[in-house]
Write a protein that binds this ligand. Structure first.
Ligand code: CP
Ligand code: NVA
Length: 297
């Protein structure tokens, strides 16, 4: 049985198998196959979501299935029922699950105990559906990502850059992470991943000649108590016009959203690249439909 728990656990061939299916789903939204026909998929969310929730609910529906949204706050999980018990109950009633939570071990345990295909819809460690979408969006606009330079600016130790690290290792592009030392990925993660990954505090050097400038929030969900410290520590790690000028003339600017203008990206740069950023958001729907199709095939 296939799961989509992390990019770490996906091979290059798996990533390519998912990405290659996307145009069929994006191009024929009304007529594509319905591989989830007759199925119910649970969506267990312990954190807030706009894009992920809507794209999975709409995507599962368009694939012929029924999405069943379960906020952790409303089910017994939120009152302390273990994930392995929740998994064993849902595994006997539904056909697949999409989980947004804190610890990566929770999605791994859910997959192990439920016996149904399980998708990571964001954990503290990874956001695989987002980065698969970002790669699709880059390639749709600029061609193959292999051999290109992707620069991530901001909190380099959170879920989004971690998934970028695995994508770079598998797909053969250079990833530069511009972040203060305390916000750089752990040496253990970098050693495990391999690939061409450069971590630096030198924001300008990281942006020089980049094909893609990418940022994410400075305060990820679950880190709210560190807000003041993070705003101070990350204050200069912003994507703005001065930084964009250092990248290639054709460079794309992306943001996984939600965006905090004046923090990780300034308002003018965000609006100048809004078409790319909202195409990226739309592509969550198409890429996740392709991923679900791959999972059940
Ligand atoms: N990018 C993303 O995952 O957005 P949501 O938190 O709104 O789902
Ligand atoms: N790093 C962010 C991503 C939001 C989509 C978070 O975890 O809150």
């Amino acid at each position: 049985m296939k799961h989509l728990l992390s990019l770490e656990q996906l091979s290059r061939a798996d990533m390519e198998a998912i990405l290659s299916r996307v145009p069929a789903f994006k191009g024929h939204r009304a007529q594509h196959p319905r591989p989830l026909s007759g199925q119910t998929w649970a969506m267990v969310f312990s954190k807030s979501s706009t894009r992920t929730r809507v794209s999975f609910e709409v995507g599962i529906h368009e694939l012929g299935g029924r999405p069943l949204f379960l906020s952790a706050a409303d089910i017994q999980l939120g009152r302390g029922e273990p994930i392995k018990d929740t998994a064993r109950v849902l595994g006997r009633m539904v056909h697949g699950a999409v989980i947004r939570t804190f610890a990566q071990s929770e999605v791994a345990d859910f997959a192990a105990y439920s016996g149904i295909p399980t998708v990571n819809a964001l954990t503290d460690d990874e956001h695989p559906c987002q980065i698969l979408t970002d790669i699709f969006t880059f390639e749709e606009m600029r061609g193959p990502i292999a051999g290109r330079v992707v620069t991530f600016v901001g909190d380099g130790a959170c879920n989004v850059p971690s998934s970028w690290i695995w994508a770079a290792a598998r797909l053969g592009f250079e990833l530069r992470i511009a972040a203060p030392k305390a916000y750089q990925p752990s040496p253990a993660l970098l050693a495990r991943a391999g690939g061409r990954i450069v971590c630096t505090e030198d924001l300008r050097a990281a942006a020089e000649g980049a094909d893609l400038l990418y940022t994410d929030v400075w305060v990820s969900m679950g880190k709210e108590s560190e807000t003041q410290q993070r705003l101070k520590d990350l204050a200069t790690y912003q994507v703005n016009a001065a930084l964009v000028r250092l990248a290639t003339p054709e460079a794309l600017v992306m943001h996984c959203l939600p965006a905090y203008r004046g923090k990780e990206i300034d308002s003018e740069t965000f609006e100048a690249h809004a078409d790319t950023i909202f195409s990226q958001a739309e592509n969550r729907l198409h890429v996740q439909k392709a991923a679900l199709d791959w999972l059940v095939s």
